[in-house]
Design a protein around this ligand. Structure first.
Ligand SMILES: C[S@@+](CC[C@H](N)C(=O)[O-])C[C@H]1O[C@@H](n2cnc3c(N)ncnc32)[C@H](O)[C@@H]1O
Length: 289
């Protein structure tokens, strides 16, 4: 079969498996097998695909048709223009989280630069390391700490830090949230995309998420807000003056987040939408006396 025929047959198989964008994903998989950029396939539409390539492609398509995520089959995902290795130990970084990364590096870089010293950043629940590593790459002055309770996720995150040459500036801590951090470190910025799916809703998610993202990365407790309550209770003690907290949260959780980060030690600076207009990011600061 030619490249074009192979793409078509893959797309048919993926459509039968209920995959959302079968043609596009068929192209991604074939490009991966042939080792060429996806857009190059147009130029090679008439090329004959070898028997070995066809076999490998058919295996990937069959796997994807069972709703294994495309990113697991490709082995990596692009986040803020950087390539991150992913596997079944980590949440696949989402486009919404790129908005959080962007707001965070804009804050770190100013203008005006908000801190006279090198800013110290905490990524709470780092997963693939997409936030920690991106911020270290974009902000060469930043010192970054990343915590995760999953040793397998931390191994992926460490690999991604090495891949992007920032392993000397990102410290990884294994354990349960703040308890895993060195006692004397204080942060100028806490970023995080904590697990926020209500436990009872996990069974209703798409198979790619429900069956392949780690449960540890999804389950936010009965109402999805367990981690935000923990952060609202404990984070202020870990922050320096003028520090900020920037958290991603789930659809419909904005009002609860505003409530958790208003009053007491907190001043809510804003809730910001994603590209589809859904409230998605909280920015809060420690209230001044
Ligand atoms: C939703 S994922 C976010 C991963 C990554 N930051 C991203 O945005 O793609 C949440 C992460 O929090 C981690 N996590 C869950 N419980 C934790 C805990 N008690 N302490 C630290 N990390 C935890 C999970 O292992 C998972 O990697």
């Amino acid at each position: 079969m030619t490249v074009l025929e192979t793409i078509r047959s893959g797309a048919e198989r993926l459509a039968a498996g209920g995959v959302d964008s079968p043609r596009l994903e068929s192209e991604w998989l074939l490009a991966h097998v042939l080792g060429v950029p996806r857009l190059r396939l147009v130029l090679e539409a008439g090329r004959v695909v070898t028997a070995g390539e066809t076999r490998e492609f058919a295996g990937l398509v069959a796997s994807r048709a069972t709703r294994r995520p495309l990113q697991h089959l490709l082995g990596s995902v692009s986040f803020c223009g950087l390539e991150f290795a992913v596997n079944a130990s980590v949440l696949i970084p989402r486009p919404e989280t790129e908005l959080l990364a962007e707001r965070a590096w804009q804050l770190l870089l100013g203008p005006p630069p908000p801190w006279a010293h090198r800013p110290v950043v905490l990524d709470f629940g780092t997963g693939s390391g997409c936030l920690a590593v991106t911020l270290a790459v974009k902000c060469p002055a930043a010192v970054v700490h990343a915590v995760d309770i999953s040793p397998d996720a931390l191994a992926v995150a460490r690999g991604n830090a090495v891949r992007h040459g920032v392993d000397g500036r990102v410290s990884f801590h294994l354990g349960d949230g703040f308890a895993a951090l060195p006692a004397d470190v204080r942060f100028d910025l806490l970023v995080g995309n904590p697990p926020y799916i209500p436990s009872g809703e996990i069974a209703t998610l798409q198979p790619e998420v429900r069956d392949h993202d780690p449960r540890l990365a999804l389950d936010g407790g009965a109402d999805g807000l367990d981690f935000y309550r923990r952060i609202a209770r404990a984070a202020a003690a870990w922050l320096r003056p003028d520090a900020r907290v920037m958290l991603e949260f789930g659809d419909g959780q904005g009002a609860a987040l505003r409530g958790l980060f208003s009053g007491g030690p907190w001043r809510c600076e804003g809730i910001f939408p994603d590209d589809s207009g859904r409230e998605r990011i909280l920015i809060a600061a420690v209230a001044r006396a």
